[in-house]
Design a protein around this ligand. Sequence first.
Ligand code: THU
Length: 139
Amino acid sequence: MDQQTVQKMIDLAVEQMAFSYTPYSDFRVGAALLTKSGRFYTGCNIENASYTPTNCAERTAFFKAVSEGEKEFSAICVVGGKNGVLTEYASPCGVCRQVMMEFCDPETFQIILATGREQYEIFTLKELLPLGFGPKNLA
Ligand code: THU
């Protein structure tokens, strides 16, 4: 992935935190998802008074994309922190990793974790979800 695309995805993910709905945790998360066709879909976390319906930023981005016909993805950038302050990487929760497993090749799908333009690391889905269970297991 080229440097310019990484920077753009970090910027998009950071921008998304402004839309996070987090009255319960104040933990804002933003995500930017890149399709194989080169489109970007963004997402923020959306909390709920009943807690469990809360949707993570990553899943918001995936569900927006899939609901518009996209099913092939190459990378996602995730950023987050208390009150939107980025002090450490906001690593995707287990449920979000499983949603990625549904639509992405674990060997090649890239997960960019960042605390800013200058500080980021890129992982494959396989690194964050080793021995994952996915559609191939049911084929
Ligand atoms: N959160 C995400 O948006 N993504 C993750 O992968 C981890 C957690 C959100 C959910 C909730 O709104 C807040 O962070 C605290 O858990």
